[in-house]
Design a protein around this ligand. Structure first.
Ligand code: ADP
Length: 652
């Protein structure tokens, strides 16, 4: 304001002096002072206006004072004044412009700095050799260190903020990036103010000189990408875990596949893998035709069922299957077409439905026709297995049971034979006594025959004595033949002689017959016979056989009993309308879990046992109308007890 006043005052004074003093001089050059006073802090337009006003005042003074008397010197003076004003204005104008440009530059620099400091990245600049010369304020905000700290160490101190793991190679890597002279980008963890580390993405581009293309400096930015990086690392770790799992699972699958293959290949059971997909389609079609009841439709249309069975494909087969089907090799079997089993029953249809609908596994017996046309009886099992794309695959296992059936028949025959053999074996025990019995009459026959011969050789022969001797021969021979007849009758099945018997006496004779065995096994046998017994009706030899069998079992059961305790009690008593015989031992007793099986054929726990004895015993007793049972004794051992009905219901 003061300068403006001064300028106006100076202008007025110069004008007044120039116009009214009459003094011939270029006083108007002093208008330059006005311009100098006006210029500071003004706009260029004010300066131009002031210059124009000063010029105008100069011309006005000139015209007022020299109108009509203009000569060259006057005009020269006024022109000098005007040039001086113009020059001064021009000088001041350019100074003002320069000043304004400077101010604008300063402002934009400040703006840039503010921007650099407000962006959420660290901005940096480095010399062409990589030494950092500028770091934005974000550096301090992140690391807690001053800008000066970051720029220290000849511009390389910032490397010290990298994660300890990256320290050893940090300088070398940085140098390599810089040396390559091309834009680069890398990732490092930077130590934060709180001591934690965060991932930064550091990228840089070289700034080249316009003409020479020389690198003038590097400009770059470091962005905090820790969250993204961690997320990525987590994803990567998860992926790796997943990949490891997948690999593990794949290996497991491969192992189980190998196991399956080796089981499939090695087993002696014939195994086939079948594709029933086409069969399933035929079955579906049948169901459509049969309005939901496919089984009825197939039963009514055998040709449709046949078509269905022919749709079956063999996908795989093991060695045993190749052998079972009599194929030359696996390929020959895989090339086989047509149904596997021979039968065509309603049950077969149901089984096919059950299979393709994966409802159940099937086990059954069937006849199959093998490649050379033979029919083989097999026991087979079918179960659905996993198959790709909804296909229907099943695994079939087959065992040839022709042999088993044959063995079964043989077994039955053997069983029958054994029954007979067992009787014979038991009678073996009798043969010693028979031999003993025969010994005596045959010896007597010999003696009497010799005696008779001697009586006849006499001169004259003593016919009466010879006759007596021969009569004795006939009597003894008759006895011997009686013994033989009885023995033969025992041996020939079915020819038993049922007669009234004294059970106590039969028991005594049975024990007598196995006396030798009892002695060898150091076993005592005690016979207790009740006084009031009545006769029973049975076959003597068979009854003996039963008692011998039961006593011998008792003897064998006491093999582990101390000899002093080995005792069999045969108790013959009267009970109601029966005679009861109980054979009690002090042996091992019977495992309660197996007590029911004892009377089954072939049940035995003895290494050389046949398991027929008890079955025959029970059958024999039952054939006489009695019962045979077993129980474990309270203290030790077991008791086998049987009953026999009294003769003709005799009730004393
Ligand atoms: P085996 O000739 O094999 O002995 P058995 O029919 O006579 O056939 O007996 C069948 C099984 O019953 C025997 O193997 C044995 O385990 C059992 N058993 C029979 N008698 C006795 C007994 N007195 N004590 C214990 N177990 C017995």
């Amino acid at each position: 304001m003061a300068l403006t006043l001064a300028a106006v005052s100076v202008a007025l004074i110069v004008f007044a002096f120039d116009t009214f003093s009459g003094y011939e001089s270029a006083i108007a050059v002093l208008y330059a002072v006005v311009l100098v006073l006006v210029a500071p802090g003004r706009d260029q337009r004010v300066l131009v206006a002031a210059a124009l006003v000063c010029g105008a005042l100069t011309v006005m003074s000139f015209v007022a004072t020299h109108w009509g008397a203009m000569d060259a010197s006057n005009i020269g003076r006024v022109l000098v004044a005007l040039v001086a004003i113009a020059l001064t204005a021009a000088l001041l104008f350019s100074r003002l412009s320069l000043h304004q440009a400077r101010t604008a530059l300063g402002e934009s620099e400040a703006n840039l700095r503010i921007m650099a400091d407000t962006v959420p990245q660290i901005l940096w600049q480095a010399l062409p050799d990589g030494r950092i010369v500028y770091l934005s304020r974000r550096w301090t905000e992140m690391t807690g260190a001053t800008i000066a700290d970051g720029l220290a160490g000849d511009g390389l101190a910032f490397l010290g903020w990298f994660h300890p793991d990256e320290q050893p190679t940090a300088l070398q890597e940085w140098t390599e990036f810089i040396r390559d002279g091309v834009p680069f980008e890398f990732y490092r963890r930077l130590r934060m103010a709180d001591g934690s580390h965060r991932w930064l993405q550091i990228s840089a581009s070289p700034v080249r000189a316009a003409g020479s293309g020389e690198i003038e400096k590097w400009a770059g930015v470091a962005t905090d990408i820790d969250d993204e990086m961690r997320a990525q690392l987590t994803v990567r770790a998860t992926n790796q875990t997943l990949e490891a799992r997948v690999a593990e699972r794949t290996a497991e699958l491969a192992r189980s596949e190998r196991r399956y293959r080796s089981a499939f290949e090695q087993t002696h059971v014939a195994m086939l893998e079948l594709d029933l997909t086409a069969v399933a389609q035929e079955l579906d079609a049948a169901r459509l035709r049969g309005n939901g009841d496919g089984a009825a439709d197939l039963a009514a249309h055998p040709e449709a069922f046949e078509r269905c069975l022919n749709a079956l494909r063999v996908l795989d087969a093991n060695r045993a299957a190749v052998d079972l089907f009599g194929a030359t090799d696996r390929e020959a079997l895989l090339a086989r077409r047509g149904p596997l089993i021979r039968s065509r029953t309603a049950e077969d249809i149901d089984r096919y439905y059950a299979l393709v609908e994966r409802r159940e596994t099937i086990e059954a017996e069937a006849e199959i026709v093998v490649l050379d046309g033979r029919v083989v009886k097999v026991l087979f099992g079918v179960s659905p297995i996993e198959a790709p794309d909804g296909r229907c695959h099943v695994l079939v296992g087959m065992i040839d049971v022709t042999e088993r059936d044959r063995a079964q028949e043989l077994l039955l025959a053997a069983q029958e034979e054994l029954g007979r053999a067992n009787r014979a074996a038991t009678l073996g025990a009798l043969s010693a006594s028979i031999a003993h019995e025969l010994n005596q009459p045959i010896g007597a026959v010999m003696m009497d025959a010799q005696t008779a011969a001697r009586w006849l050789e006499r001169d004259p022969p003593d016919l009466a004595s010879a006759k007596r001797a021969l009569a004795r021969v006939a009597g003894n021979a008759e006895r011997a033949s009686g013994i033989l007849r009885r023995t033969r009758e025992q041996l020939v099945k079915g020819r038993r002689s049922v007669e009234p018997l004294d059970a106590g006496e039969v028991a005594a004779s049975a024990i007598a017959l196995i006396e030798r065995e009892l002695r060898l096994n150091r076993t005592r046998a005690e016979l207790r016979v009740a006084e009031d017994l009545a006769p029973v009706e049975a076959d003597r030899i068979e009854l003996q056989q039963v008692i011998i069998n039961l006593v011998m079992n008792a003897v064998q059961a006491m093999r582990d009993t101390p000899p002093a305790e080995r005792e069999v009690i045969v108790d013959v008593s009267r009970a109601e309308a029966e005679v009861a015989v109980a054979i009690t031992d002090r042996g091992s007793g019977i495992d309660p879990a197996h007590i029911d099986r004892l009377f089954e054929a072939f049940y035995t726990t003895k290494p050389g046992g046949m398991g027929m004895g008890l079955q025959i015993c029970r059958a024999t007793i039952e054939s006489f109308g009695g019962t045979l049972d077993v129980r474990n004794n309270e203290a030790k051992g077991a008791t086998f007890a049987f009953t026999l009905p009294l003769l003709n219901g005799d009730e004393r």
